[in-house]
Design a protein around this ligand. Structure first.
Ligand code: ZN
Length: 456
């Protein structure tokens, strides 16, 4: 891509601006009455603001609206000092460009980079550790859980250092040792030295309570229905709450870094080499993670078992039920929680901590938003249909008002009718589209010419 994508959002309409002003006024009076302690009035204003928010959403407003309550508790201060053992990064101001530099008038190379996790001990050719007794399963498990956060930091650092808003397409795949690694294409040319430096300097600190020693093994914490907290099974005393535990944190519970192995390569678009590298990026995408990390030998299966055992006691988020094993009540704990049982995919035997989000794409990679991609697909189908004489004009939605159906509305057709109609409609669409595809393919045995232009 050689031209900067235009992603300027539409300017707010008059109605939107008016509503936002109205909302600001409401929030102002809400804060006044809360100050004076008028609970009833405050409740009414809160409801009013909620209606306005909903109206704004209907008008297509995106993003989070500011909270109506003033922040009461100060955010916990974190040391932003860089750790002593990490090299310093040179920084430049990030400019808004995303496409990278052009060389010799026509060449605009991109980078293909592979990043791995650190070593946890020597492994054999099949990925199983040479000595499972000394292999660092704890670090392997924690690194896997926090790998995505580390990647985010890496892209941030990279943008700071190269000085442009570098765009990327990346996939996270398991290595033979079942540790995640990252393949990424980055638009623009970056020197190997810079990539090596940024990788060495990037780390992610996990500011969670320490979780090195499991406290509850046989007897688990119990849910106290009256106090609505988890308590110790013997003393019946409440466990440390998440907020209190975080307040006491002085050192990060874990620090994730990349391994020393960094592979980077400059690639020109449209060459055979670029095709091969795109192949690496998409190689596993059609397989589920479970298929990718399948063990083929007893040694590998044993390795996966050990890693899974460690992942079972590695908390995956502040809301993870695994925290209870460490005597800490997770955020948002409730009576339905079973200590140690979290449904998060980090703990599953089939995926071994690999992230659910395996494809990472930066927002300006293709210069298109999700809405654009949807419109593209729609336009493609409409064009195909037009070729065989089926016209599908865009219905005028601007005069329609959307609202939720009340359960007692007599005008609403029965659910079964609605479902049947939707199915019938889909069948018609499918038949129409099949006709268009057949027409585009031409008569059987004839010359293969396509009436449908290439999809964008
Ligand atoms: Zn979890």
């Amino acid at each position: 891509m050689a031209v900067e994508p235009d992603l300027t959002p539409d300017a707010p309409s008059e109605v939107q601006t008016e509503l936002l002003t109205f909302r600001a006024d409401l929030v102002e009076s809400y804060r006044q009455v809360t100050e004076s302690g008028d609970e009833v009035e405050a409740e009414e204003l809160r409801a009013e603001i909620a209606t306005v928010d909903e109206e704004l959403r209907q008008l297509g407003m995106r993003g989070r609206l500011p909270s109506i309550d003033l922040p009461t508790k100060k955010a916990v201060k974190r040391s932003t000092k860089r750790r002593q053992d990490s090299p310093n990064l040179p920084t430049r101001k990030v400019s808004k460009t995303t496409v990278g530099r052009e060389y010799a008038g026509a060449y605009r190379p991109s980078m293909f980079v592979t990043l791995t996790c650190d070593t946890y001990g020597k492994v054999r050719g099949d990925g199983a550790p040479a000595d499972p007794g000394t292999y660092d399963y704890r670090r392997a498990a924690r690194d896997a859980v926090h790998f995505s956060a580390l990647i985010d930091r890496w892209y941030q650092n990279m943008r700071r250092v190269v000085g442009f808003d570098a765009q990327y397409f990346a996939t996270v795949e398991p290595q033979k040792r079942a540790a995640p690694h990252l393949h990424t294409a980055i638009r623009g040319s970056i020197s190997h030295e810079v990539i090596r430096m940024v990788t060495a300097a990037t780390y992610h600190q996990v500011w969670w309570p320490n979780h090195d020693r499991v406290v509850y093994v046989d007897r688990m914490p119990l849910w106290d229905m009256g106090k609505r907290v988890f308590v110790d099974p013997e003393t019946r005393e409440a466990l440390t709450s998440w907020d209190d535990a975080v307040d006491q944190v002085e050192d990060p519970a874990h620090v994730v870094t990349f391994g020393a192995q960094v592979h980077s390569k400059g690639i020109l678009g449209g060459t055979a080499e670029s095709g091969r590298h795109i192949g690496y990026l998409t190689k596993y995408l059609t397989k589920s993670t479970g298929e990718v990390v399948e063990a083929t030998s007893a040694r590998q299966a044993d390795h996966h078992d050990r890693l899974h055992a460690e992942l079972s006691v590695t908390p995956c988020s502040p809301r993870c039920a695994v925290w209870l094993l460490y005597g800490i009540e997770p955020k948002g704990a409730n009576g339905k929680m079973t200590p140690g049982h979290c449904k998060g995919r980090a703990h599953r035997r089939s995926t071994l901590g690999l992230p659910g989000r395996r494809v990472l794409v930066s927002r300006k990679w293709s210069g298109k938003t999700l809405v654009d991609h949807k419109a593209d697909r729609k336009a493609f189908v409409r064009q195909a249909l037009a070729v065989v004489g089926i016209e599908k004009p865009e219905p005028d939605m601007s005069r329609l008002l959307w609202r939720k159906v009340e359960s007692n509305d007599p005008q609403v057709p029965p659910r079964a009718h609605l479902v049947m109609r939707a199915i019938a409609e889909r069948i018609t669409w499918k038949a129409e589209y099949d006709r268009a595809l057949l027409a585009a393919a031409g008569p059987p045995g004839g010359q293969e010419t396509s009436a449908i232009p290439e999809a964008a």
